[in-house]
Design a protein around this ligand. Structure first.
Ligand code: IPE
Ligand code: IPE
Ligand code: MG
Length: 237
């Protein structure tokens, strides 16, 4: 039943986690990067089909330049150290979001990881960097132009194209760590019927057990997609 899930995670609370310990915010991001490894592995083990992680929003450019640089360095390090492991585990890496504001060397690293893992089919790992759902939706709408035949599915495909991804279905479960209960411009279109799961636990303290708890909670939810309970049970996969 968990097999075809698209899980998305807003990895929040790194900075506050660090400050509570008297550490610089960047120490929280370093610790958070370790959680990424744990959760990617837990997702693959659980049979999740697509995992989309929010790593850097388009609005995060407004943070101090040293913090932005640290986040970009961590992403680069993630790609260089984890691509091999992803190949071994047949995990396809895909960075979604804008690329025109990233450094040329980071874009090269992204393209390299994507190329090396292109044929991996166990899980699709999408990491959102310089991502804004509103920006993506606007871009896709511009691409659609005045297309009279535009359907939800076609638009979904256009969105994936704009994001440098491939169509991967709507989000089933959206998790946000760190205590805030908002979307912060993440996957606004794709989350139309997503089940929302909020936890106060900061991202550096999130782990395989918490991830599993979110999946258990998701399995308990009754999804109706606007129908009545009995009819929807037959529709949901
Ligand atoms: C999430 O943690 C990581 C990014 C947004 C890049 P934050 O850095 O937002 O941590 P808090 O929310 O300030 O604690
Ligand atoms: C959302 O977190 C972005 C990421 C987790 C990458 P923020 O910390 O930037 O969101 P706000 O500012 O609290 O809404
Ligand atoms: Mg935050």
């Amino acid at each position: 039943m968990m097999q075809n899930l698209h899980v998305a995670i807003i990895m929040d609370g790194n900075g506050r986690w660090a400050l509570h310990r008297g550490l610089p915010r960047t120490a929280g991001h370093v610790e958070g990067a370790k959680t990424v490894n744990t959760v990617v592995e837990a997702s693959a083990r659980a049979g999740v089909r697509t995992l989309t992680l929010y790593a850097f929003s388009a609005d995060n450019w407004a943070r101090p330049s040293a913090e932005v640089a640290a986040l970009m360095r961590l992403l680069r390090r993630y790609l260089t150290t984890e691509t091999r492991r992803c190949i071994e585990q047949s995990i396809r890496i895909n960075i979604i979001g804008r690329r025109d504001r990233l450094s040329a060397s980071l874009v090269r690293a992204i393209e390299h990881s994507e190329r090396l893992t292109a044929a991996c089919s166990r899980m699709h790992l999408r990491i959102a960097v310089d991502y804004s759902a509103q920006h993506s939706i606007l871009q896709a709408a511009r691409r659609a132009g005045s297309c009279a035949q535009l359907s939800t599915e076609v638009f979904h495909g256009l969105l994936a194209e704009v994001d440098h991804s491939s169509p991967c279905g709507p989000v089933d479960l959206l998790i946000r760590t760190g205590g805030e209960q908002r979307l912060s411009d993440f996957l606004l279109w794709e989350c139309a019927y997503a089940e929302l799961y909020f936890t106060a636990r900061p991202w550096p303290e999130f782990g395989a057990e918490e991830f599993q708890a979110a999946l258990v909670e998701f399995a308990r939810r009754q999804r109706r997609f606007g129908r009545l309970a009995d009819a929807a049970a037959g529709q949901a996969s």
